[in-house]
Design a binder for this molecule. Structure first.
Ligand code: ZN
Length: 464
């Protein structure tokens, strides 16, 4: 009885308390897509579902009030699309109704983000941040930079003092890659076709149920039939396939429900998709003629940087965010997946493909006889044991299921030009995996652990 009344008291204590109270184990899916923002009025720190925290301290009175008002409104938002528009980008996020957040790049009087929910403020110049602009900017920033240990400080336009306009980073990151990472479409004005990453993910979801490897699963489910009716008579699988491609909420629901399947874990799937994009870009570059290569902005340098960024970001999540064992396992899966893909591509390619000597600015960096080799660049030349240093941050229990993969990787790199230190590091990790890890029987189960570590901690923070 006393427990119940305490519970109800804390629930009514503040709107931000509602979020975690509602998300009990039965509705784990809802807590995963809940985009409400925890705001601690005592410290003036807001915590987003991405794990990033922001401080309102340097805001003026009016902006502060607007931000606090924005934060206190519980919301469920989905980023549905993004597109280049004039001097910037437009992001479509959906709640009960859709809002357009316009985020221009460059410097100008109107370079703050604006939202269609504040249309009336448009003419007055600077628009105060609303919950939509704050959320979109956090979504973008969380893809661009590693999760910070300390909160960022907001500026009056809703960007952070550290980064300024997030959109200035989008063109290097590539808008389509951002869309893939955030599971949204790039809106072009034409009928939206399902993205290849989405099709692949949906195929993986369904293949998991069927028990078949995704490569062998229903080759006829390609996404070509989109635009037809969702329901396909006598074919439940294709019906679900179409639903998962078409409906973002159902797609998120499945992903959240399948966190046990490491490869589909929503927190890390975005990194895997980004890695796949970089791998595809690398493979396309290798196949392209010199002329075509000059047109490719996703060149090998971009690919190398993408992998380094992904590693930094995964490492920051492992070190700075309280995540559960399913997430840790998914992190390990993602890391080993990337290493495996890079090791498979240990092959020298000519920097000048057609053998002509035309000066081509895109190729200049590869001249001088240097070969293009992604394995050499990322693994052999790396000063921080690529992947392994991050993998090493994880407890043995989250990696031991990957021993067969690591063994295969070890075999394929043993007789290469890999530095001995790297090989030693890999063998060191593997040797720890061979020893069965001590498991205490009293360890909490997945669900209860998640609830006690996240729910109660946050709860305790708020009621103090
Ligand atoms: Zn808004």
């Amino acid at each position: 009885m006393s427990g119940l009344s305490l519970e109800s008291m804390s629930t009514s204590a503040g709107s931000q308390s509602r979020r975690r109270e509602d998300s009990s184990a039965e509705t784990a899916y809802e807590s995963d897509i809940d985009t409400s923002i925890d705001f601690d009025e005592t410290t003036g720190i807001a915590s987003f579902s991405s794990g990033t925290r922001y401080s309102i301290h340097e805001l003026d009175r009016g902006t502060k009030d607007a931000v606090i008002k924005a934060l206190s409104t519980p919301s469920k938002l989905t980023l549905r699309g993004c597109s280049p528009r004039g001097q910037g980008y437009v992001f479509l996020i959906s709640e009960t109704i859709d809002y357009h957040v316009r985020a221009p790049y460059g410097i100008g009087p109107y370079d703050g983000p604006s939202c269609s929910c504040r249309q009336d403020e448009r003419n007055t110049g600077l628009q105060h941040p609303c919950r939509h602009t704050l959320w979109v900017c956090d979504q973008i920033l969380s893809q661009l930079v590693p999760l910070p240990r300390d909160p960022y400080t907001w500026r009056i336009d809703g960007y952070t003092t550290k980064h300024g306009n997030v959109c200035d980073f989008v063109s290097d990151f590539h808008l389509d890659v951002l869309a893939d990472s955030l599971h949204c479409d790039v809106m072009t004005g034409e009928p939206i076709k399902p993205r290849s990453r989405r099709i692949q993910t949906v195929r993986e979801i369904l293949a998991t149920f069927s028990g078949n490897p995704v490569e062998q699963y229903r080759p006829d489910l390609t996404g070509e039939t989109m635009g037809k009716r969702v329901v396909k008579e006598d074919d439940l699988e294709e019906t679900i396939f179409r639903m998962l491609l078409e409906n973002d909420a159902i797609f998120s629901y499945f992903l959240a429900s399948m966190r046990k399947c490491g490869a589909l874990n929503p927190r890390f799937r975005g990194f895997r998709d980004r890695a796949d994009t970089a791998l595809d870009a690398f493979d396309s570059y290798i196949k392209a003629s010199d002329l075509e290569r000059a047109q490719l902005s996703k060149n090998p340098q971009w690919c190398y940087k993408t992998f380094k960024d992904i590693l930094e970001q995964i490492k920051a999540i492992i070190l700075n965010l309280e995540i559960d064992r399913l997430d840790y396992r998914a992190a390990a899966n993602t890391l080993v997946y990337i290493l495996d893909q890079i090791v498979r591509r240990n092959e020298d390619h000519d920097a000048i493909r057609d053998g002509n000597d035309d000066d081509n600015p895109g190729e200049a960096q590869f001249k001088g006889g240097r070969k293009i080799n992604i394995f050499n660049e990322l693994v052999v030349q790396s000063r921080h044991n690529f992947i392994l240093d991050v993998l090493d941050e994880l407890s043995v229990e989250f990696i031991d299921h990957l021993l067969p993969d690591l063994r295969r990787i070890e075999q394929s790199i043993t007789n290469t030009n890999i530095p001995l230190a790297y090989l030693h590091k890999l063998r060191d990790i593997m040797s720890r995996l061979r020893v069965p890890s001590p498991r205490s029987g009293s360890e909490p189960t997945e669900g209860s652990r998640k609830r006690t570590s996240q729910g109660d901690d946050r709860h305790a923070k708020r009621v103090k």
